[in-house]
Design a protein around this ligand. Structure first.
Ligand SMILES: Nc1nc2c(ncn2[C@@H]2O[C@H](COP(=O)(O)OP(=O)(O)OP(=O)(O)O)[C@@H](O)[C@H]2O)c(=O)[nH]1
Ligand SMILES: [Mg+2]
Length: 354
């Protein structure tokens, strides 16, 4: 073979290689286009994971149907009774003074053993309303960091009459604020711009975390939710452990685990609406003695963020952060758009486009 023929052969081989490369890339792009994006939502109990999923239901699945609303009606009503009982117990334990009329109702609450949504009769509704108007009950609510009461209890107590109405149908806000601790796994699937998404929400309380391992396959991105307002609260599972400390330890175990240290990670610093209110009265020092910037919302946000970033610094990947209010639909729409961009950019980077 002469030099001209050799050159021609080499050129042909190179062209074939190039066209094979282009074909492979196109195939991969097509596969990627159809590949589901799996988002795993992690975090400690009550941080707001399921609330994020509820927002995705509203944004991408048309909201809540009749069946969902019936379930939330029952839960909201029984929660209302449950929260009243928690406040009664706290008043007794903390020795808070209440009016004699309230004392009588409190005794009746014990004797009648009110428990389920069916117990929320007109009479019980009027009793709860009377109790909630008693300054002693407001004092107990303000001291809720000394016992376990969901922050949203006051919303339902303020709306007791509406909720007790036989014709009550929960609004979007009622549902977003409703607390149902997750046991097991919630999965929601939907499509955004022709790309299928699967979002997996797990229970964050200690007893639930051992189930997490079953959800770790094919995860595209991990979303870690932190409740920024819980810096002065103790764990539901262990009254000796500060909730924010627990969240930091869990983030350390999650972000630095072999399974996740290569994965994209987004941290949602959630419940900023509650943090904004709380920080006016309670210094972040109660949780982090080294914090010296006082009762300042911006400084507290920055400090909390740095604490989590420090923990995640062991790995090379970027940790994306957002300050959020998971009960605010527009806020969550923006956050989910940003998460989408993060995932798509990471894919382009992996495929060598950027
Ligand atoms: N005010 C306020 N309340 C929030 C926010 N995010 C969540 N909540 C409320 O906090 C409570 C707990 O939220 P969930 O979404 O159930 O928490 P979770 O992380 O799923 O908890 P587990 O299932 O136990 O792990 C609910 O009553 C929510 O309505 C927020 O940003 N602001
Ligand atoms: Mg949950």
């Amino acid at each position: 073979m002469g030099p001209a023929n050799r050159k021609k052969k080499k050129q042909k081989e190179e062209e074939k290689k190039k066209s094979q490369e282009i074909e492979d890339k196109m195939k991969k792009d097509l596969e990627n286009q159809n590949k589901k994006i799996k988002l795993l939502v992690l975090g400690t109990g009550e941080s707001g994971k399921s609330t994020f999923l509820k927002q995705l239901m509203i944004l991408y699945k048309g909201g809540f149907g009749k069946q969902d609303k019936a379930l939330y009606t029952t839960t909201i009503r029984s929660n209302l009774i449950g929260h009243t009982k928690i406040l009664i117990d706290a008043i007794n334990e903390l020795g808070i003074e209440v009016k004699s009329k309230s004392k009588k109702i409190m005794r009746e609450f014990y004797e009648m053993e009110y428990y389920s949504s069916e117990d929320l009769t007109e009479n019980v509704q009027s009793q709860i309303t009377t109790l909630w108007q008693d300054p002693g009950f407001k004092e107990a609510y303000d001291r809720r960091s000394e016992f376990q009461l969901p922050d949203t209890a006051n919303f339902y107590l303020n709306n007791c009459e509406r909720i007790s109405d036989p014709k009550f149908e929960p609004t979007q806000e009622d549902i977003l604020l409703c607390r149902i601790p997750t046991t097991g796994v919630n999965v929601i699937q939907f499509t955004v711009d022709d790309r299928p998404w699967q979002v997996v929400d797990v229970g964050g309380q200690r007893s639930e975390r051992r189930k997490w391992i079953h959800q770790f396959d094919d995860v595209s991105i991990v979303l870690y939710v932190v409740a920024t307002s819980e810096y002065n609260q103790k764990l539901y599972e262990d009254q000796t452990v500060n909730r924010m400390h627990e969240s930091l330890i869990l983030f350390d175990q999650t972000a630095n685990s072999d399974l996740f240290k290569e994965k994209n990670c987004v941290v949602l610093f959630n419940k900023i609406d509650l943090l904004k209110q709380k920080i006016k009265n309670i210094d972040l020092k109660v949780c982090f003695p080294e914090y010296t910037s006082g009762k300042n919302y911006e400084q507290a946000c920055e400090f909390i963020k740095q604490k989590f970033l420090e923990v995640g610094r062991n790995t090379k990947r970027t940790i994306f952060t957002h300050f959020t209010c998971a009960t605010d639909t527009e806020n969550m729409r923006g956050v989910f758009d940003a998460v989408t961009t993060t995932v798509l950019e990471a894919e382009l980077k992996k495929d060598g486009y950027i």
